[in-house]
Every structure is written in C-alpha cells, then in structure tokens.
Design a protein around this ligand. Structure first.
Ligand SMILES: NC(=O)c1ccc[n+]([C@@H]2O[C@H](COP(=O)([O-])OP(=O)(O)OC[C@H]3O[C@@H](n4cnc5c(N)ncnc54)[C@H](O)[C@@H]3O)[C@@H](O)[C@H]2O)c1
Length: 433
C-alpha cells in the first residue's frame, strides 16, 4: 500500500517506519524543514530505542522517504495518516489548529479518493471536523477513519509492532478492510482489531489515558497517607496488585506524571465533558493531585532543611518524564528545577538522553553534566526523578565521597531505605518509612 504520514514526531515517525517495515511504501511529511533535512541525512531527531535501525533499513530499501512536500506525498498515496500534535489550549481543550491545517492541505492535494486516518489524539467530534475540512477542498471522496495510537514512548517501536489492540473507528466497510490489511501483520499473535463508531474510538483514547493517570494519582495519594500513618506504600502496592481485578501496572507512586500525553489528555477529557454539560470530577481531582505531587520532593526538602535553601547545591538524576526517552514535555524535573532555583539553590543535573532537550528549555539556569556522578559533586542532596536503569544500583560509597551531605530524595523508590540509612545516608522516599 502507498501511505503518507503527515507529522513526523514520536507517533508519525514510528508509525511510518513500522508500516514501511511490513512492505508498504511510506512518505513521512513534516512542516519542520530542519527535522526532514536531518532525517534525510540519516539522523533520528528523537531518542527511541530500536527506531534508528528501522528507519535506516527501510530508507535504504526505498520504502521510507521524508519530505516537506505534502502535496506530492498525498497524491502518491491512497491512505493518509494525520499524526500532528494536539497540544492543550489555554482552557485545557485540545488545540486542533495543526490537525485541521493538515486536513485542509490533504484535501487541496487530493487527486482521487483518499482515506484520511486520524492518529492524533483528538476530542470527540473532531473526525467530523477533519473530514469536513478536507472535503471542503476537493471533489474527490474523503473517507475518515479514527485510529488512536496507544504506543508508549521508550517502547514505541515494540508497541507499534505488537500492539495490545488496534482501535478503528469507522463506518465505511471498505476503509475498515484497508485498515485491517495494514495492521494485519502486527496482530498475528491474536490481539484484536476492535472496530467501532468514530465517536467511541475518539473517546477510547482519552478514557485509556485518563484511567492510567487516575491509577498514578491514586497511588500517589495512598503514598501521602502512608507517609502520615507510617505505612509502606511498596507493601500496600504488592498487597493490592496481586488482586487480579486490580493488577500490577501503573501502581508505582512517584513524582507525578508528565509527558506529552497524560497531562494534556486529562485536561482535554475534562474540557470535552464540560462542553457537553458534564463535570468530570474524578479527572479534575487526578490533575490537582498530580500538580501537587510534582512539587512533593521540594516540600520534603523544605521540611528537612527548614526552608534554608540559600547557598545549598542540589543534584538531579533524571530529566526526561520517564526513562528511555528524551522527552521533557511537562516533566516533573522542570518543576523541581524552577522551585529549587527560585529558592536560591545551585542545581546540577544529569539525564542519559534528555540533557540537550533540557538545555534548550532551562538555558544556563542549571549545570547539566555529562556523567551521572558529576551531577552530585559537592551537592547537599540528590533528587532521583526518573527511573533510568543506570540509577538503580549506583556506587553509594562514591556518592558519599562526592556529596557534601549524603542526602537522597528518591522520587521513584529505587533504593532500600534501611540499607541506605545503615550506610549513613539521610533517605527520603515516596510513601515509605
Ligand atoms: N508521544 C506519544 O507517546 C503519543 C502516544 C499516543 C498518541 N499521541 C498523540 O499523537 C499526536 C502526535 O504526538 P507526537 O508526540 O508524535 O507529537 P510531536 O510534537 O512529536 O510531532 C508532531 C509533528 O507534527 C508536525 N506538524 C505540525 N503541523 C503539521 C502540518 N500541518 N503538516 C505537517 N506536519 C506538521 C510537527 O512539526 C511535529 O514534527 C498527538 O495528538 C499526541 O497526543 C502521542
């Protein structure tokens, strides 16, 4: 099949490469000329495990190309995926300007019937707007499919090649067949393609992210209670996760969720509900809890130091909103950095992938180091913010020698509190005694 993917970000680049991998001819389009130039130069603009060899192989075999020329890509394709960003607008609702601009451009370029597949996360009712925007520009038939994406950054290629499920919202039988042919190679182990109406498909994506965000905020509140009553959230987690009705995923307390999806999608589903005359109370609380949680490590430090931040130095391990990505959108580390700098601290920070992305946002406000141990030299406390594997078993003797004060605030509960205290550290975890 011949495919165009409009928007070559985390989703578009992964989707395009994976469709090329199964033999389709894919043209990835972006308005960011610099990004396209880098891709044509063999560079991958994002950090995503497994993506580089996939892009390289499919480019070399001529199945994957990158361009800013949307019209040519659309004319050469039967199916056009839209995977542009849908950031949160000022009132929390999704900003659809990029999706609608892409749809209009696809309509303008159409030289025959086209299937437009909306892969961006968009609120209920957007598919109809996208179809109308494209159809207004062409006489050729536009068929709209809603196909929300569930990949996780850090495991995106694997998730795309082996999805738990594929959701297709469409009422056109022919387009559904086309989608089944496209996704067939990825679901050979029997995972389902779930076909539904467009509105339900659009809502499914938000409901999935809202549920996951809810689990995180729920456990962060359980951790808050543990800290007050002297319980151990790790034990509570084990105790509930073994209930098969609850399960193990997304029950780890931490520094709050970030990233490009949970924060904006939680806000957007609240905004959609409001628009349709309903107050989504649970999600309002989930968001409020998360905002608090992002500040939690600072508050613990404030208690420990009794507000005496001036002249202190703090090291941060982990800037990306989660491991195995360089994505710092809405990352809790950025909130902590702002609070620490504002309070008069010197901040040093390290991340295995996100240092360059962070530099663009924080400039020289923070000393960004090349190695993890450089970030703790002479500091009065270490904040562990992202659970990269390399932070799990550090050389604690070396930490003690390098740090001015051996204090660790472990935002991901990576370490054993008793063990660290026995080694002479002041240790503060999340919801652990
Ligand atoms: N990142 C994730 O983990 C993830 C997972 C599932 C769904 N989603 C959803 O997928 C969508 C894309 O997310 P992302 O993280 O890939 O975004 P991104 O910001 O990484 O990439 C979007 C790309 O679209 C390009 N673009 C914008 N307008 C364009 C236009 N008119 N024509 C061509 N290109 C255009 C931008 O230059 C950018 O490169 C969002 O709706 C997001 O919510 C993201």
């Amino acid at each position: 099949m011949k495919i165009a993917v409009v928007g070559t970000g985390y989703v578009g680049l992964v989707a395009g490469s994976c469709f090329a991998e199964t033999g389709n001819t894919v043209s990835c389009v972006d308005i960011d000329a610099q990004k396209i130039a880098r891709l044509n130069d063999g560079q991958i603009p994002i950090y995503e495990p497994g993506l580089e060899p996939l892009v390289k192989r499919n480019r070399e075999e001529g199945r994957l190309t990158f361009t800013t020329d949307l019209a040519t890509a659309v004319r050469a394709s039967d199916v056009v995926f839209i995977a542009v960003g849908t950031p949160a607008g000022e009132d929390g609702s999704a900003d659809l300007q990029y999706v609608l601009a892409a749809a209009r451009n696809v309509g303008k370029a159409a030289n025959g019937p086209k299937i437009i597949v909306d892969k961006s996360t968009v609120p209920v009712g957007t598919a109809a707007k996208v179809k109308a925007a494209a159809q207004a520009e062409t006489k050729h038939k536009i068929t709209l499919v809603s196909n929300p994406e569930f990949l996780k950054e850090g495991n995106a290629v694997n998730d795309f090649l082996k999805p738990d499920r594929v959701v297709i919202g469409c009422d056109d039988a022919k387009a559904v067949e086309v989608m089944k042919r496209l996704y067939g190679p990825f679901i050979r182990t029997g995972n389902p393609i779930i076909v539904m109406d467009v509105i339900s498909a659009e809502l499914t994506k938000y409901a999935a992210n809202a549920m996951l965000a809810t689990r995180i905020s729920f456990m962060n509140e359980v951790a808050q209670i543990c800290e007050r009553v002297g319980g151990d959230v790790n034990k509570v987690r084990e105790g509930i996760a073994t209930d098969t009705r609850i399960g193990h995923s997304f029950l780890f307390p931490g520094v709050g969720y970030g990233g490009s999806c949970f924060p904006k999608d939680s806000k957007a589903i609240v905004a959609t509900a409001r628009e349709f005359g309903y107050r989504f109370k649970v999600m309002e609380a989930v968001e409020a809890v998360n905002d608090e949680q992002k500040r939690h490590l600072f508050r613990r430090l404030d208690q420990l130091w009794k507000g005496a931040f001036k002249g202190k130095a703090v090291g941060i391990w982990g800037l990306a909103f989660k491991p195995r990505t360089d994505d710092i959108r809405e990352a809790p580390a950025l909130v902590l950095i702002d609070m620490l700098v504002e309070a008069g601290c010197k901040v040093k920070a390290f991340d295995p992938a996100a240092v360059e992305a962070t530099r663009k946002v924080v400039g020289d406000k923070v000393e960004l180091t090349k190695h993890m141990y450089d970030a703790i030299e002479g500091v009065d406390a270490l904040l562990v913010v992202t659970e990269w594997n390399e932070f799990r078993n550090p050389d604690f003797e070396r930490l003690k020698t390098l740090m001015r004060q051996p204090t660790i605030l472990d935002g991901r509960n990576l370490y054993d509190s008793a063990d660290l205290r026995a080694q002479g550290f002041t240790y503060i975890g999340i919801g652990v005694p």
